[in-house]
Design a protein around this ligand. Structure first.
Ligand SMILES: O=C(O)CO[C@@H](C(=O)O)[C@@H](OCCCCCc1ccc2ccccc2c1)C(=O)NCCCCCc1ccc2ccccc2c1
Ligand SMILES: [Mg+2]
Ligand SMILES: [Mg+2]
Length: 350
């Protein structure tokens, strides 16, 4: 949309958005004007919070209180933070947080309340996990921990977005009636896809989010999948079990999308989901994941965006990638039968 007649602060916020996430910037900029600025600010506030969480150079005595009270910064007019390490990739959103605050205070009060409430819950959820000392080295302990951590950093985003879109009348009220179960799945599907994909990159940062309850079936130490060629097959079986776990959210995501009425809101919700199912198909049984970040091709992305404008288009995309995963599955994989059943279930639903 045309930014030229917007205020300098608003233009600067859209600049910060494009600098921190090309993919989310593209879908947020296409949103209906009623929600566009609110969701853009929602993104920037949470990206600022995440930039504190992700920065391994901030010691936990500073990081934990900052995460827990980050929502209070939203009550100020011009708070900023320059305490990130020099190469923390999104440090600019904290250095220029006063620009975000000036637009935040101009939003409708009920939109401000959603942003602040989710910020409070996410900040405290992140702080709870930072305190769990083995969180960094061994990833999260159980699958339950894995689901809870992903709820804090991504499920809550889905909850906030559902509240905003229902308030604006763009989504069916029923989306806010299931205790945000489906909204949570929307976030977990995206976050778990990234966590599987980013195994090697996160290892380089000295951390992992893969749940020990799953990876410990295949190795004693997580880095062996990358370091020791004799653990490559085990690494593939681990990836495949994590993909199977992520696919457990697919039906909820399709069900959620079937209840989004406004066309721009539908595309905003659908595009990240179809990118995720395509990424899951790409990482499934793919040894490259153990040695680097695997991305889907640019050409594929463009095709997916065009195809995901309608619900039947999204269903066709999910059905296609579910078949790709099924065909990639090898009989020797410990979860061969389960992945076949899960793919069948999702296809039924399609
Ligand atoms: O540092 C990075 O670049 C990646 O960080 C990951 C991490 O640190 O785990 C991790 O940081 C999570 C904490 C900050 C969340 C920021 C966020 C992301 C997308 C949004 C979309 C719209 C509105 C607000 C949003 C807020 C991350 O960015 N993971 C990407 C997946 C998160 C998906 C969130 C989400 C949930 C439900 C959705 C429903 C519909 C449309 C978009 C949705 C988007
Ligand atoms: Mg991050
Ligand atoms: Mg993070």
């Amino acid at each position: 949309h045309d930014l030229t007649k917007e205020s300098p602060e608003l233009q600067r916020c859209y600049y910060l958005l494009t600098k921190t996430s090309r993919s989310f910037a593209a879908v947020i900029e296409e949103l209906h004007p009623e929600l566009r600025d609110a969701i853009m600010i929602f993104y920037l506030v949470l990206r600022a919070l995440d930039t504190i969480e992700d920065d391994m150079s901030i010691k936990s005595e500073i990081k934990v209180p900052l995460l827990r009270t980050f929502d209070e910064k939203l009550n100020t007019k011009d708070w900023t933070f320059d305490g990130n390490g020099p190469n923390e990739k999104d440090r600019l959103v904290l250095v220029e947080f006063d620009k975000i605050l000036s637009i935040y205070h101009g939003l409708k009060p009920q939109y401000q309340d959603v942003v602040k409430d989710i910020t409070y819950k996410m900040g405290n959820g992140m702080a709870d996990y930072i305190l769990d000392e083995n969180f960094n080295l061994n990833g999260v302990e159980t699958v339950k921990d894995y689901d809870l951590y992903c709820h804090y950093v991504a499920g809550l985003v889905g909850e906030g977005l559902t509240k905003l879109t229902v308030m604006a009348g763009f989504s069916d009220d029923s989306l806010a009636q299931d205790n945000f179960e489906k909204s949570n799945s929307m976030g977990l599907f995206l976050q778990k896809t990234n966590i599987i994909r980013d195994y090697h990159e996160d290892l380089l940062d000295g951390r992992s989010f893969w749940p020990k309850e799953i990876w410990s079936k295949y190795t004693k130490e997580l880095p062996l999948f990358h370091k020791d060629a004799s653990f490559e097959q085990a690494g593939l079986s681990c990836i495949n079990e994590l993909v199977l776990n992520a696919l457990s959210h697919a039906k909820d995501c399709l069900s959620y999308l079937s209840m989004v009425k406004d066309p721009s809101t539908f595309s905003f919700c659908a595009i990240p989901q179809v990118m995720a199912i395509a990424t899951l198909a790409e990482v499934y049984n793919n040894r490259k994941v153990l040695h680097g970040v695997v991305k889907i091709r640019k050409g594929t992305t463009c095709k997916l965006i065009l195809e995901s404008r309608t619900f039947p288009g999204v269903v066709a995309i999910f059905r296609r990638y579910i078949q790709v995963i099924n065909h990639k599955s090898s009989v020797s994989d410990p979860n061969y039968l389960k992945i076949g059943i899960k793919c069948g279930e999702i296809e039924q639903f399609c």
